[in-house]
Design a protein around this ligand. Structure first.
Ligand code: KIV
Ligand code: ZN
Length: 526
C-alpha cells in the first residue's frame, strides 16, 4: 500500500463527485464546435451515465453557448448544471441567467493567479486579483449557495498567494475549491501534496476538486493523486477532450477508482459504467474527434488480443489478460434484430431500450435513414443505430439543404465527376463538378450547389462496426471564413457518407451565420 496522505478529516467513506466538463473545457478542443441540439444530446447521455455535476458551457463566450447552457439547465434532469464565469459581475449574472432554471445549479467562478497569466493576460496585481475573487464569488453567492472557485494556473502560482486567494474565495462563500493544473505541469506526488496542503491550510467548509490537463500525459495520474490526498471532486472530460492535449479522461478516472478500489478505501462514485462506451462513441461522433484505437477503456482495441499467447490465455480465462470485464463498460458489440422489415414501433422500442431519446422530426429523419440503410445492409448493430441517430440529431429541422441524390463516376481512368441534387425549401438545386477523386468531386458539387465555400481542415473515415458490410462513418471539419464546424455522415458507401458529412457541415455553417446575424456579441474564452 502507498502511504495514505489524507489531510483534514481523514474519513474516506465518502463520494467523489464526478464533474464532467466535456461540454465546456472539452468543447474548447481545437476545431470542436457543438450546436445546442448536439450539446443537449450529449448532456442527456451524461445524465444517463450518472455524472454528478455537468459543466454545460461558458455562457458569456457567445450567444450560442448561452442558449445551449440554458436549454440544458431547463431540460436535463439529474446532475447539478454548472456554468463557467469570469469574476466580472456582469459575467456572473449572465451565467446565472443561463443555469438558474436548473433544479440544482452551480456557478463556477475563475480567475488566473499565476505570475505569467496575471502579467501577460490580466494585467492585474495580486491585490486586484484578490479583490476580483472576493467580488465575483460574493456575487455568485447572491444567486446560489453552490459556488465553485478556480485559481487558473494554480500549479504555477506561488503557494502562499494561491492559499490567500483560496481563503478569500471561501470567506466570500465558495463551497468548492478547484485546483486547476491548467497547463499540465503537475507530477502526481507533487500535485497530491498540493491538494493536501490546501486542505490543511485553507479554513472553512468546502470540497476540494482537481482539474488536470494532460500536456505530459499525467492528467489521470494527477487526478487520482488528488483524490488520494483528499479531493472529493474530480473534473474530467469524456475521451479526455479539452484544451491542447486535453483533460483527465472521465472513463479512465472512473475505471481506475472502480477496478483499483483497494487503493481508495471507502471512496464511492455514482457513475453507471455500462454507459461509458456509448457515451464515448456519441461524443466522438458529435465532436468529430475520433477515439484512438488503443485508448484505455473505450478504444476499440481495449479488449482485443492479437498475439497467439494472449488469445490462448483469454480463451482459457479472460482474467489472464483482462482486468476489466468489457460488459461493465458497455463494450459488447451486441447485434440487434432490426432489419428492413422492422417498423416504426420496433425502431422506437429499440432506441428506448438503448436509452436514446429521439422524438418528433429527429425521430422521423432517423427512421427514414434507418430504412434506407436497412435496405442495403442485412443487420444493424447497436453501434450502427447510434451512428444513424447521431447523424440525424441537430439541425435537421432547420437544415437549409437536403441531399436528394448523388451520382459519382470515377476510377483509374478519366477525371472523377459528381452530380448532386439538393433540396432547399422544396426547390431542386443541381450541380456537377470534377475533382481529384470521387469524394472531392462530390464535395465540390455540393459547394457549387449551395454556394457555401470552405476549407476541409479534417477528414476522418472509420467503420462503425467490423465486417465488409460495415457502415462507413465520416467526420469532417470545415472552416468557412472563420466559422469552424464539424459534420458527419453515415452510409454503406463512403463517398455518400462523405457527401452527407460535408453537407451536414455546410448546413451548420448556414445556421451559425443566421444566428450571427441575429445577435452579435464579443467572443471570450477562458
Ligand atoms: O484549465 C483551467 O484552468 C480551466 C479553468 C477555467 C478551470 O479550465
Ligand atoms: Zn481546463
Amino acid at each position: 500500500m502507498p502511504p495514505q496522505i489524507f489531510g483534514k478529516g481523514t474519513d474516506m467513506a465518502d463520494r467523489v463527485v464526478i464533474f464532467d466538463t466535456t461540454l465546456r473545457d472539452g468543447e474548447q478542443s481545437p476545431g470542436i464546435s457543438l450546436d445546442a441540439a448536439e450539446k443537449l444530446e450529449i448532456a442527456e447521455q451524461l445524465s444517463r451515465l450518472g455524472v454528478d455535476v455537468l459543466e454545460a458551457g461558458f455562457p458569456v463566450a457567445s450567444p450560442g453557448d448561452f442558449e445551449a447552457v440554458r436549454a440544458i439547465a431547463r431540460s436535463v434532469e439529474g446532475p447539478v448544471i454548472c456554468g463557467l464565469s469570469r469574476t466580472h459581475l456582469g459575467d456572473v449574472d449572465r451565467c446565472w441567467e443561463a443555469v438558474g432554471d436548473a433544479d440544482r445549479a452551480r456557478i463556477h467562478v475563475f480567475i488566473s493567479t499565476s505570475p505569467s497569466h496575471m502579467e501577460h493576460m490580466l494585467k492585474m496585481n495580486e491585490a486586484q486579483v484578490l479583490a476580483a475573487t472576493r467580488a465575483g464569488v460574493a456575487r455568485a453567492r447572491e444567486h446560489t449557495d453552490d459556488v465553485e472557485f478556480s485559481p487558473q494556473d494554480a500549479t504555477r502560482t506561488p503557494l502562499e498567494f494561491m492559499l490567500e486567494v483560496l481563503q478569500a474565495a471561501v470567506d466570500a462563500g465558495a463551497t468548492t475549491l478547484n485546483i486547476p493544473d491548467t497547463v499540465g505541469w503537475g507530477i502526481p506526488w507533487d500535485f497530491g501534496a498540493l491538494i493536501q496542503y490546501v486542505r490543511r491550510e485553507v479554513k472553512g467548509d468546502y470540497v476540494t476538486s482537481t482539474h488536470c490537463h494532460n500536456d505530459l500525459g499525467l492528467a489521470t495520474a494527477n487526478s487520482l493523486a488528488g483524490i488520494q490526498a483528499g479531493a472529493r471532486q474530480v473534473e474530467v472530460c469524456v475521451n479526455g477532450l479539452g484544451e491542447r492535449a486535453g483533460n483527465a479522461a472521465l472513463e479512465e478516472v472512473v475505471m481506475a477508482l472502480n477496478i483499483r478500489a483497494d487503493q481508495f478505501p471507502g471512496v464511492e462514485i455514482g457513475v453507471r459504467t455500462e454507459e461509458l462506451a456509448r457515451t464515448s462513441r456519441l461524443v466522438a461522433r458529435l465532436t468529430g474527434y475520433p477515439v484512438q484505437y488503443n485508448k484505455a477503456v473505450v478504444g476499440r482495441n481495449a479488449f482485443a488480443h492479437e498475439s497467439g499467447i494472449h488469445q490462448h490465455g483469454v480463451l482459457a480465462d479472460s482474467s489472464t489478460y483482462e482486468i476489466i470485464d468489457a460488459a461493465t463498460v458497455g463494450q459488447t458489440g451486441r447485434q440487434i434484430v432490426l432489419g428492413k422489415h422492422s417498423g416504426r414501433h420496433a425502431f422506437a422500442d429499440t432506441l428506448e431500450r438503448m436509452g436514446l431519446r429521439v422524438q418528433g422530426d429527429a425521430f422521423n429523419a432517423a427512421f427514414a435513414r434507418f430504412k434506407e440503410l436497412a435496405d442495403r445492409k442485412v443487420s444493424l448493430t447497436d453501434a450502427d443505430l447510434e451512428a444513424i441517430v447521431a447523424e440525424e440529431i441537430g439541425g435537421h429541422v432547420d437544415d437549409a439543404f437536403q441531399l436528394e441524390s448523388l451520382e459519382v463516376r470515377g476510377g483509374t481512368v478519366g477525371t472523377p465527376v459528381a452530380l448532386v441534387v439538393l433540396l432547399r425549401a422544396g426547390d431542386k438545386l443541381e450541380a456537377s463538378a470534377e475533382g481529384d477523386g470521387m469524394i472531392d468531386a462530390a464535395c465540390k458539387a455540393i459547394r457549387a450547389a449551395t454556394g457555401v465555400d470552405g476549407v476541409l481542415t479534417d477528414f476522418n473515415v472509420s467503420s462503425v462496426t467490423g465486417g465488409v458490410d460495415a457502415l462507413g462513418d465520416v467526420i469532417v471539419q470545415l472552416d468557412a471564413g472563420g466559422v469552424r464546424v464539424s459534420g458527419r455522415g453515415v452510409s454503406t458507401d463512403v463517398v455518400e457518407a462523405s457527401a452527407r458529412a460535408f453537407l451536414s457541415a455546410v448546413n451548420k455553417v448556414v445556421r451559425v451565420r443566421r444566428r450571427q446575424q441575429v445577435v452579435r456579441q464579443p467572443e471570450v474564452t477562458p
